[in-house]
Each structure stands twice: as structure tokens, then as C-alpha cells.
Design a protein around this ligand. Sequence first.
Ligand SMILES: Cc1ncc(COP(=O)(O)O)c(C=O)c1O
Length: 845
Amino acid sequence: MSAPITFSDVSTTPSSALDALLASSLSVRFPRLDTVDAIEITRRVYGIDGTATRFSTEKDDTFRIDAGDGSRYVLKISNPGETAEELDLQVAAMRHVAVVAPGLPVPRVLRGIDGQFVLPLGSSTHPHRTARLYSYLEGVPLDALHPSARNRYEIGEVLAQLRLAMAGFRHPHEHRVLAWDVKHLLSLTGLQAHIADPLHRSLIEQAFARFAAIEPALRCCPTQVVHNDFNRSNIVANPGGANFVSGIIDFGDTVHTAVAIDVATALMNQFPLDFDADGPHDLFVEARDLLRGYLAHAQLSDDELLLIPHLAMARVAARALLTSWRAKLFPENEAYILRFTRPGWEHLRWFMQRDHDTVSNALLEFVRRPTHPASRDPSMNAAPTSQPPVLNEAVDISKPDDSLRGDMPNGFNPSAISHLDAATQQHVARRVRLLSPSYRLFYAEPVKIVRGEKVYLYDDKGNDYLDAYNNVVCVGHANPRIVDAVTRQLSTLCTHTRYMQEPILDYAEDLLSTFSTSIREGQMMFTCTGSEANDLAMRIAMHYTGNTGVIVTSEAYHGNSHLTSSFSPSLGRRALLGPYVRTVPAPDSYRMTPSEIGQRMAEQVALQIEDIRRHGGGLAAFIADSFFSSDGVFAHPTDVLAPVAEVVRRAGGLFIADEVQSGFGRSGTHMWGHERHGVVPDIVTLGKPMGNGYPVAGLVVRPDVVASFGQDMRYFNTFGGNSVAVAAAQATLDVLRDEHVLDNAQRVGSIMLEGLNGLAKKYECIGDVRGTGLYFGVEMVHDRAKKDTDIATALKVVNGLRQRRVLISATGPDASVLKIRPPLVFAAKDADRLLTELDTVLAAL
Ligand SMILES: Cc1ncc(COP(=O)(O)O)c(C=O)c1O
């Protein structure tokens, strides 16, 4: 075997930066292992007998191992230039993805006999080399296929999911300096000497100049650890399978860098290989399919989208430089090393034939949707006589309904502010600068409020707004009894649950006594938010059952934590559901025969339990909000949950009643929403109205369900159930009871229901009115016969009411359902005001 050749053997004198970049596994020459070695290593290190087949690879020796029992593996023997830290980074990244996104097709890293993931061969012939064994993913490399547009879309989806999965990954070596990280392109200038053709050299020089111009902007882009090499050889596909992408392999270039670089790398790998820069073909046509799939799951800012075409160009240039240099180092492997380099010259020519701005816009213009004709129609924006406009540019109805699913219904668009007054514009701009883009404001013209009292909110000019939206302040804004209880407690004592305090026990006793079934024998746990309550409930359910399967309705929302968001499909298609999460249709009483809904839902749940089992899992819990609020408010029929609970229990799962919306008397008839369905839950979760605005939430659980969880692990929540939280909760419960608030909800609720039904008779656009107590859904439709959702009208009504100082919002899968849920102390006169204003807005449509 010849001696290792290092970079400096063949290059012109490199700069020290270049030296550092290239003196690595890219330049080390080493003796190759053969299949006999691979068989021997697999047996010795992993205890597996099998045959070995070599894969074509550049940097290391890789083999498929077919074991005697039919199982298959991939054995990777590292390049001697790869450091222990680099290998650990790769393994740790793959293991991280396997844990946080087990549904992604990333090979599992297997331990050797001695329990290690990376095993030094300890051989004198192959010093500094290590073995790794991965699970084998069936399929063929993408280079062997002609993917369709749909296939490319799916590749984009997988890349986005991988990015999201890696977002939380950290590693001491993630900031390593890697030649294949395009941000270092300008350090590769010394490699131009390896490019013989003067035309090609000139293209590279132009590429350097273009990259230098965008490099400062690149430094401002979001970064994280990314795969950084989504190329055709690293994607394994299974064209006949349920998912086109069956494997993402080779994390060898994983690094912390700009997310835009990762996307640009994936896009340039979709550039056609038989490309003629002088022909009519647009270089990005295929790449855009991938981008569409990506954007269905993860976001890119406009700034990133403007940079990505340039970064794709830079990646083509980097590949040309590195492969031309490496082809000289390893002439025996030249054909493989240069397999993508030759078409790359045509790609570079395409870029250089276009000016900077044209290249910048190769993607952004495509991503921006054309304006919906309706929003150009002046009548859409026309103000009803003597009224401010009800809908304007800030409500983007140009998006097809499906694309709105990840957005918040009734969300304000902060980039469309020209119609707002100067003070509002300033506030919005400040907010955009200071708060993360995850935050949304309500309404086309956001409301600035400074004070609340009873069912009214007040702006800084003293105008009152009728609050028909905020269910948290169930006994009214700034209720004096709650304010008094909280301030007295805060000036006496505020500490956590690890000291003996009588009030927490008094409250637990009091609250438990409000349940009418055996769950009143349960035990309480305190949290600060509904999300935490559901998170904890699900952990308990998983611990108790030993399973991870979760079933929810198709637009359910149960929280914002990692676990709860994994079973909150209403967060949109970009939010990933957990691998054992299944959805069932909501009990849509508007479109289904009410008497059949319970049975149908039980059947659907049974089917999903079966599906979880087929995938090797088991059911931990079914969780539902008995109003199905985010599904579109389906408070009736009330015989739905009992048959479902029966199916769930038969499968060994638990029934969790999420009472965050439906609890504390919202229905008017019952303190707890699940009681309307005649079902006894195993866990009940509480939140929102529990402290009338003071953060307190929690759960009630059957003692036998929580017993082993409590023994196996302690639970502490610094603020959950603190002295002030308990005082707020106790005062809220007292007011609810002392002031007969449920009766009020029932009485005023009937006035509201009657009034809304009256409006439905008058206005064709109202397809359905539903609700109970003081929680209503009013569904807007284009056509009553077709029952097709009308999101634009719903948003016009919501914004029209806002202009008339009545606050409601929208909900449901298409945000076409008016959501009305005022504080429970809403009076008859408040109902009259709401109904009158709603009538006016509907008349002006
Ligand atoms: C049904 C339901 N469960 C849980 C939650 C989460 O509660 P929180 O926002 O307090 O975390 C919500 C919040 O809207 C909810 O509507």
C-alpha cells in the first residue's frame, strides 16, 4: 500500500485557513479494507456472522452485511483522518434524531459487544480507524431513480422534518470547521489551481465574487446543527412504498451552520444533470418541488429565500473546487469523485448568465402566492356605510384554506400595516423587533388594551370593548374578590408545595367535591398551565400503561410543550405529530347524523388502536376536550364520549378529559364538561379559568393510576400550586359557587342561543349555530346546501365586530366558525349588545 498523501503533497502552497480546512479526512490516503476484513470485523466486534458487499464511497469503507438470520446492517469503517470528536458528533446526531423523531428514516446506530457505538479496530495495518454498525434501510439511492415532482416534494418534507428534529441538538464539536460548509467558500480560493480549463476558472472567480457580496447577509441567517449533505447518494428511496424516502444516510458533513445552506445544498442536488445553460430550462424547476415540500413543514424567512439561490451557486462552486482537487489526489477514484462536477459547470454558467437580482428572486417570487382575485375586488374592502373597513390587507385570504391550517385563525399580519395609524405601526414594529415571530396579534386592526373590568376591556382612549372571547376570566376582569385574595396572599406568603400549608389541602378537598362521579375520590396535582397539566397527564398515562399511543381528534389542541404539541394537530401541518399519535374525525354534528356520531367515533378509535398495534405500539390514552373547541365547537350530541371510553378501556388505555376549555361551569348545566357525556375519566386536566387569570392549573387522577408514577419519580413544579395560585383558585371557586355563576351562564346562554338562531334565520351565510352555556360556534358557509366553509366571511364578521368594539374570534379546521365564549358573568344586556352588533355586521356584508 502506498503511504498516505496529505494535501500539501499535491497542492500549490495553501493559505493557513485552507490548510486547516483541508488537512482532514478529505486528503488522507489509506489502505482500503476488503469484504473479508468486513466479515471478520462484524463477527469480532458485533458478534454477527454474515456476508459483506462493498458500497461505492469516497471517504471511508462501507459494506452491507447480510447476517445469517436474514437481517441486514451497514458497517462503516471510518477514514483515518476523522477524529473521535467528529465521529461522536455523527453518532450523537443520528441517535438524537432517532429519539426525537423516531418516524424519520435515519439508520439506528448499534452498539458493539463492548457496548460502544464507535469501536477502534486496533489494527496495525489500519491504525486510527474505527467501526460503526448501522441498521440497514431498504431502498435504492436516489441517483438510480428519476424522481417525480411528488417525490421531490416528499424529499423536501423529510429535509424540513430532519431540520426540526435536529433543532434541539447540541454537541461540543458542532462548530467544527468543515470544507463542505459553504460559509467557508472564500477559504477555498487556493484550490483554483487544480482547475485546468480557463473558462471554468473564470466561472469560479465570478462565483467567489458573487459569494463575497452575499456573505455578510449570510452571517445574519438562523443557524443550527444540520445534515448539510442532502445529495442524491445520501437519500435512499422506496418508490413503491408508503413513503418515498426510506432512508437518510451519511451524517458525515453534519455541522452547525446556516439553515439556508442546508436547504441550498438539497436544492442544488436537484439541478438536472443533463443541463444546457443556453437552453430554455429553468435551473430551479425541480428544486422548487423540494422547496414546496420543505415549506409545508418548516419556515424560511424572505431574507433566507433571497440568499438560497446564491448559496446553491456557492455549493456548486465548492463542489467543483473540492472534487477537482481530490480527483488529483485520488486519480484511481476520479470517475466517482467527479460524477457531479461536469454538469456543475453548466449550472455555474446558468447563474453567471443572470444578474444578482434575477438569481435572488429565483425562489422568493415563486413562494409568494399570487393575490386572490377576491382581495383585489374593491367591494371586499369597501367600508359599510359610515363604518371603518371590516377587512383589509392585513387579513390574507389569498391563501387556500389548507395553507391556513398552521396559521392562527384571525391572526394579524405584521407585514401589512400601512392601513394602521402611526402609533399602532410603531407598536407593531417594536413588537416585531422585540418578540419572537411566533407571537400573533388578533384582528386586522389590533386592539390596544390597558384595563379590564367585568366583561369589558378598555383601550388607552377609554373606549370600552365587550369581551365575548376571554373565558379565562370566568368571573370577570379584575374581579374584586380574586384581586383581594391574591393581593392579601402575596403580601403574606408565596411559596411552593414543599411546606405544610393548609389552604392547598382545603382547596383540593373543595375542588374534588365538585365532581359528581367517582373521580371525586381522586388526587390532585398542580401546574401553572393547561399544557403542563396535559403533559403531566400523558406522562402518567404512559407510565401506567407502559404504552405511548395517543388518540385525539383531528383538530385538537392540548398544549404547547414538546409532548402536548405532538398530539395537538390543530397547530398545523408543519407541527410534527408523535409517531404513536393517531387522529379521529371530530363529532361534526353539522355534517354527520347526530344519532350515529358516538358509534362512528368509537369505531374510528378502535381502528386507530389497531393501527397503533400494527406498528408495534399500544394505547396509553385517548384525550379530548368535550366541547371539541378547536375542532369547531361541537358541544352536542352528548352521547359521544361514553362509547369511546369503553373502547379505550378495553384496549388497556386511559380516558383523559381535558377540561381546560369546558371545565369550571362553562356549560352552564355542569361544572365539568365530561359529566354531560356521562363518562368517568381516569384523569381530568384543568386550566384556563381556574384562577380567573392567575396562572394555576392541574389535574385530578385516579389514585391507582398515579400510584406507581408517584413512587417512581417525584414531581415538583416551582410555581404550580404556590400559595398565591391556591388563593386565586380558591377565591374563583368561591365566587363561582356563591354568586351562582353557572345559573347565569345557563340563563344568558339561552338568550344568546335564541338570538344566534334568530340571526341564522335571517342570514344565509350562517350554516349552523351550536353551543352550550356560554360557549358558541357559529359556522359560516358559502352555500347552506353544500355546507362549504366560508373563511373570508367568518374573518369579515370577526373584524367587523372588532370595529364595533365587540371581541370574538374564529376556530375550526378552516377558521370558518365564529368562536364566542365570554366571561361567565356575561349579562343579558351584554348578550343584547353582542347580538345587535352582530346583526349590523351581517347586514353590511
Ligand atoms: C383544550 C385545551 N387544552 C389545553 C390548553 C393549553 O393550555 P395553556 O395555554 O394554559 O397551556 C388549551 C389552550 O388553549 C386548550 O384549549
